[in-house]
Design a protein around this ligand. Structure first.
Ligand code: TPP
Ligand code: MG
Length: 334
């Protein structure tokens, strides 16, 4: 018997906005992959393609006064939280108009005015940063929350246990979102991850839930429960979102692999069938929320936005040499 769909818990406009944001992340990342391949970017990029439902399903609950911290795979989180695409792409190009004045690059896209504490090249670092942000939000007393996105590899860092411990004791408004894509660089999780990540919360009296990270509605629902709980002052939640990265660990990973491989084409193809954007778009079509024409409009709008961001970045200037110490010291320069 066909499984009956539950009614969607989100209103039509917000559903369409979520789909559009996921498509923006996807098209932007595809383009960044092309720009990297063409040799136009000064550094490498770790693409989020295939994991868009997690950032969008969680960030749909957040405002500019809530905090997020992200990973080395951070463009999707930045865009999902409402970061400016032009300033993000300019940053990735290392240009003066970048969100960090071109001094940070892909792994440091951040915008404190939007509550984006930044991507981060140090695996697991966002966990302690957001624990601090959650304490600050608690002290502010305005109902703000902090969300950390981190990988399954990061889940093996000791800092996760320290954060869960203190966040549980102090009932911090913290949401820990583990994006379990099955790999840390080229190592399958099974070789480095004992047990079930979500269950690492239980001994600390913290809820730990597993969701299908390729189902944006499921992510949205779990985040809804966790964020409401955090805003009520009841403490943290750990969400383990099971997903898959459709691209390599980083673009041009084949240069690192030197002919070796760590996953099969069959595995990649199986996950392609569970593409979070296709699934969400099909669901919205089935529910009569959008039709093929509306989808085409979204796609066109997004492509224009991506092109405008790349044009903006390419037309922008590189930073001056004199800028080298800017953004490095909070106070007086040594
Ligand atoms: C502290 C630290 N250790 C190791 C690395 C090298 N490194 C970069 S990404 C990565 C894998 C991270 O895997 P995961 O957390 O699952 O994130 P994913 O890349 O799968 O999104 C590693 C080990 C690093 N950047 N920082
Ligand atoms: Mg991983």
């Amino acid at each position: 018997m066909e499984k009956k769909l539950e009614p969607l818990p989100i209103d039509r406009d917000r559903l369409i906005a979520m789909l559009e944001r996921m498509i923006l992340i996807r098209r932007m990342e595809e383009r960044l992959g092309e720009e990297f391949k063409a040799g136009n970017l000064p550094g490498g990029v770790h693409l989020y393609i295939g994991e868009e439902g997690i950032a969008v399903g969680v960030c749909a609950h957040l405002t500019d006064s809530d905090w997020i911290a992200s990973t080395h795979r951070g463009h999707g989180h930045f865009l999902a939280k409402g970061g400016d695409p032009n300033a993000m792409v300019a940053e990735i190009y290392g240009k003066k108009t970048g969100i960090c004045r071109g001094m940070g690059g892909s792994m440091h896209v951040a915008d404190v005015s939007k509550g984006i504490l930044g991507a981060n090249g140090i695996v697991g670092a966002g966990i302690s940063i957001t624990t601090g942000a959650a304490l600050a939000a608690q002290l502010d007393g305005k109902g703000g929350v902090a969300v950390c996105f981190f990988g399954d590899g990061a889940a093996a860092q000791g800092v996760l246990m320290e954060a869960i411990n203190v966040a549980s004791l102090w009932k911090l408004p913290l949401l820990l979102v583990c994006e379990n894509n099955g790999y840390s660089e080229y190592t399958p999780s099974a070789q480095v991850t004992a047990g079930v990540i979500a269950e690492r919360a239980k001994p600390y009296g913290v809820p730990g839930v597993i969701v299908d990270g390729n189902d944006v509605i499921e992510v949205w629902k779990a985040a809804d429960t966790a964020i409401r709980r955090a805003r009520r002052g009841e403490g943290p939640t750990l969400i383990e979102a099971r997903t898959y990265r459709m691209r390599g660990h980083l673009e041009a990973e084949s240069a690192f692999l030197q002919g070796g491989s760590y996953r099969s084409q069959q595995e990649i193809d199986q996950w392609k069938e569970r593409d979070p954007i296709d699934r969400f778009a099909e669901r919205l079509k089935a529910e009569g929320v959008i039709d093929a024409e509306a989808l085409q409009h979204i796609d066109r709008r997004v492509r224009e936005q991506v092109q405008a961001a790349v044009d903006f970045a390419q037309a922008s200037e590189l930073p001056d040499n004199a800028q080298v110490f800017e953004c490095m010291f909070a106070g007086q320069r040594p």
